[in-house]
Ligand binder design. Structure first.
Ligand code: AMP
Length: 144
C-alpha cells in the first residue's frame, strides 16, 4: 500500500523542478500525484498602480506555465486533470489546493536559506506553517 494517497507537488517551473519531481515520483509510487504552479498577479508585482492593461501578458504567462507544467506532467504520467495552474499568492494557493483536493502530502523545494533570507521566509516555510497534512521540503541542489 502506498504511504500517501494523494501527493501535491508545487513547482515554480525553474530548472530545479525536475529534481523535486523526481523525488516526489520515487516517494509516491502507487500514489495519486497532482502538480501545481501559482502565477502571482502582475498587478501585485507592479504595485497595481500602472495605468495599463496587463491581462494579455497575464494570459501569455498562464499559457506558458500550462505548457511547461504539461510537459513535466507528461514526463511522469500525471493526468491532465491533476495539473493546476492558478493565479494568486503561492503559499495560500498551495494550502487551498491541498485542502480542496484532500491531499495528504505536499512536496516543495527548499533552498536551505540562511541569515536574512531565512528571516524573510520562503515558500517551503510558509507551506509548512499552516497546513494540516505532511510536507516534504526537498533540498534543492542549485548547482544542477
Ligand atoms: P522559494 O521559497 O520561492 O525558493 O520556493 C521554494 C519552493 O516552493 C519551490 O521549489 C516550489 O516547490 C515552491 N514554489 C515557489 N514558488 C512557487 C509557485 N509560484 N508555484 C508553485 N510552487 C512554488
Amino acid at each position: 500500500m502506498a504511504l500517501y494517497n494523494h501527493i501535491l507537488v508545487a513547482l515554480d517551473l525553474t530548472e530545479e523542478s525536475t529534481q523535486i519531481l523526481e523525488r516526489a515520483t520515487r516517494l509516491g509510487s502507487g500514489s495519486r500525484i497532482s502538480l501545481m504552479h501559482v502565477i502571482e498577479p502582475l498587478a501585485y508585482a507592479y504595485g497595481g498602480d500602472i495605468p495599463m492593461d496587463l491581462s494579455e501578458v497575464q494570459n501569455q504567462l498562464q499559457q506558458q506555465a500550462t505548457d511547461q507544467l504539461t510537459k513535466l506532467g507528461r514526463s511522469i504520467g500525471v493526468a491532465p486533470e491533476d495539473q493546476y495552474v492558478v493565479i494568486g499568492q503561492p503559499t495560500s494557493e498551495i494550502h487551498r489546493m491541498a485542502e480542496e483536493k484532500n491531499v495528504d502530502l505536499i512536496v516543495v523545494g527548499s533552498h536551505g536559506r540562511q541569515g536574512l533570507a531565512l528571516l524573510l521566509g520562503s515558500t517551503a516555510n510558509g507551506v509548512l506553517h499552516g497546513t494540516k497534512c505532511d510536507v516534504l521540503a526537498v533540498r534543492v541542489d542549485q548547482k544542477k
